[in-house]
Design a protein around this ligand. Sequence first.
Ligand SMILES: Nc1ncnc2c1ncn2[C@@H]1O[C@H](COP(=O)(O)OP(=O)(O)OP(=O)(O)O)[C@@H](O)[C@H]1O
Ligand SMILES: [Mg+2]
Length: 400
Amino acid sequence: MYVSDLALTDFRSYAELLLSFEPGITALVGPNGQGKTNLVESLGYLSTFSSHRVSADAALVRAGAPRAIIQTKVVRENRSALLELELVSGKANRARFNRAPLPRARDLAGRLRTVLFAPEDLSLIKADPDGRRRFLDELLVLLSPKLASVRADYERVVRQRNALLKSAGTQRRSGTSLDLRTLDVWDDKAAAAGAQLIAARVQLVNALRPHLAHAYEQVSAGQSEARMFYRASVARAMAGQDGPGGARTSGFEDTDVEALTQADVVEARLLEAMAHLRGKEIERGVSLVGPHRDDLELFLDELPAKGYASHGESWSLALGLRLASYELLKADDDWHESSEPVLILDDVFAELDVRRRDRLARLIAPAEQVLITAAVAEDVPEVLEGARVDVMGSVATRVR
Ligand SMILES: Nc1ncnc2c1ncn2[C@@H]1O[C@H](COP(=O)(O)OP(=O)(O)OP(=O)(O)O)[C@@H](O)[C@H]1O
Ligand SMILES: [Mg+2]
């Protein structure tokens, strides 16, 4: 698929933008702070409903404006579709598909498929599990859009369950007798949504694993083998280890992969684990088991990437994860509908050494559409010669 048109109204620094694209490569070039990232961020947001830079949507609306609008025309197999999203500060987003309003804005998620590479990806390797969970969930939503609402449901349920656990803790400490029936209801809801998410993530990790190994080998020239494991807090809780983390789904310790791909099995285990942990959860006032406590562990050979991988290795692994996502999305796999995503590279080449730069460039050059941002044209490798748009003071001008 490719984006043929983009219109922005009051998005970030853009009061108004109208820009057309063609399939193939387009470089967006301009000095720092001129609006290159803002422009591609709008497409990333429309695709996954999250920004690669901020977690709160407020910064996406132009300062002083009441709302931002992103509109794009997306072409897929010669058929075009119009995607529109309105972000209103402090209110729910509104979306339209081919001009028809959608009941829920998140129903638009996944209609535009993008894979975005950015300097922020380094934190996928180096930082907390949160970013890695988000990486998995965003990819899941692109692969099967109905999971967007499962994910939103789960987050809401955990917030409410935590509030209930907290008040149960207060009651217990003050010696009031506890009525735990309401908590049972929230356990059921959390287990049902949580199990769907875990099972989908484990299936995704299994599908992604060979693509990651292959992609890492290609960008790093095969110095070591990249591996990934889903660490499920529910498996660990059942093994009697209640601390952070959880058993891996495969690899160096117990192998439980098959069981964790089945939502009904996971749901039963989550319920057991919640029953087992109830005292502790009430004491701490937080939900201790579920997809929000899981991690995606990355290894280079036998060593965990986090804390061990060098800067260059971390970069290769981050690129590997994005390239693996791209391969999985475009794979002709009957598990999900396939469609080649739009590749977006925000300021990536300036960060890479010459070898990685060239390898990455050659890998992505044949893609259906690639959008690259760079402060200077020389940062864009020669094999990625294509259309060029100059970006200056939040005005984008096609120059080639
Ligand atoms: N909500 C907003 N309202 C108004 N201006 C904003 C908003 N968010 C960001 N900006 C402005 O947009 C500019 C940054 O744009 P952007 O991040 O796209 O730059 P860039 O061209 O990618 O630069 P670099 O090469 O440094 O990455 C900043 O000057 C910032 O102040
Ligand atoms: Mg930028």
